[in-house]
Design a protein around this ligand. Structure first.
Ligand SMILES: N[C@@H](CCC(=O)N[C@@H](CS)C(=O)NCC(=O)O)C(=O)O
Length: 220
C-alpha cells in the first residue's frame, strides 16, 4: 500500500514521524514541504491536512495529520508492536499521556523561546525580545525541563518505559532545537544524560544531521 509522507526536515514532529517510519522498517515516499515558502498553506495541501502544517500522511488514499495521531495510525495499520509504540495497553497509556502533555507542556515553551529569540528576528525582521521578555521565556523553558527531570526519575525514559519509546523521540526533537540548548542541558544533568543517549541512536542522528545542515543555512 503506498504511503506518502509530507514533512519538513527541520520540523520537530516531522522528524519524530520519520524516525518512527525508519525504526519500524516501513517503506514510504517522502515529500519535503517548504514551510518557510508557505507550501503548507495551499488549498491543495489543506486537503491533506486541514490545519495546514506538517507532518501529514496519505496511506492508501487515506489522509492523517497530527504527529501523535500519525504514529498511532501507522502502528495499527502495519500491526506493529515494537519498543517505540508497543501494543501493551498500559505502556501505550503512559506513552499517550506523555504525547498529550507534550504539545503544550514541552513543545510550546521551548518553541516560544526559539521563535522569539532567533526565528522571528532572523527570518522576519522582528525586534529582539527585551531582557524581561527573554527571562520569562527562559523561565518557561526551565520549568518544562524541570518537569522532564521528574518524568525521567523512574526509568530514565519520559513515558516511564523500560526502553526508549516514541515519547522520548517527541521530547528529544523539541529539545534538539532549543535556543541555547547547551546551557539548558548543563543546568538539567538528568535531561542531558537522556538527551545524549537518544542522540546516539543512528537513525535519530541521521535526521539530526540533515536538520542541522538546513538550520545552519537558515540561521547562520
Ligand atoms: N501539533 C502538530 C504541530 C504541527 C506543526 O506545528 N508543524 C509546523 C512545523 S514544526 C508547521 O507545519 N508550521 C507551518 C505553519 O504552521 O504554517 C503536530 O504534532 O503534528
Amino acid at each position: 500500500m503506498p504511503l506518502e509522507v509530507y514533512i519538513n526536515s527541520v520540523s520537530q514532529p516531522s522528524r519524530t514521524v520519520l524516525c518512527y517510519l525508519k525504526l519500524s522498517g516501513i517503506q514510504y515516499n517522502v515529500h519535503e514541504i517548504n514551510i518557510f515558502a508557505g507550501e503548507q498553506r495551499t488549498d491543495e495541501f489543506a486537503r491533506i491536512n486541514p490545519f495546514k502544517s506538517v507532518p501529514a500522511i496519505v496511506h492508501d488514499g487515506f489522509n492523517v495529520w497530527e504527529s501523535g495521531s500519525i504514529v498511532a495510525y501507522l502502528a495499527d495499520a502495519h500491526n506493529l508492536d515494537n519498543q517505540w509504540y508497543p501494543k501493551d495497553i498500559k505502556i501505550r497509556a503512559r506513552i499517550n499521556s506523555y504525547i498529550h502533555w507534550h504539545h503544550r507542556g514541552l513543545r510550546e515553551p521551548i518553541l516560544a523561546y526559539l521563535r522569539t529569540k532567533a526565528l522571528a528576528p532572523k527570518l522576519f525582521g522582528a525586534p529582539e525580545p527585551t531582557a524581561e521578555v527573554e527571562q520569562g521565556l527562559i523561565d518557561g523553558a526551565n520549568k518544562c525541563l524541570d518537569t522532564l527531570t521528574t518524568l525521567l526519575a523512574d526509568t530514565h525514559y519520559v513515558a516511564k518505559t523500560q526502553q526508549p519509546s516514541i515519547a522520548d523521540l517527541f521530547a528529544f526533537h523539541e529539545i534538539s532545537v532549543a535556543y541555547n540548548r547547551q546551557a539548558f542541558l548543563e543546568s538539567h544533568p538528568v535531561v542531558k544524560a537522556w538527551f545524549e543517549e537518544i542522540a546516539a541512536n543512528p537513525i535519530v542522528a541521521e535526521f539530526e544531521a540533515i536538520k542541522d545542515q538546513i538550520l545552519k543555512k537558515i540561521l547562520g
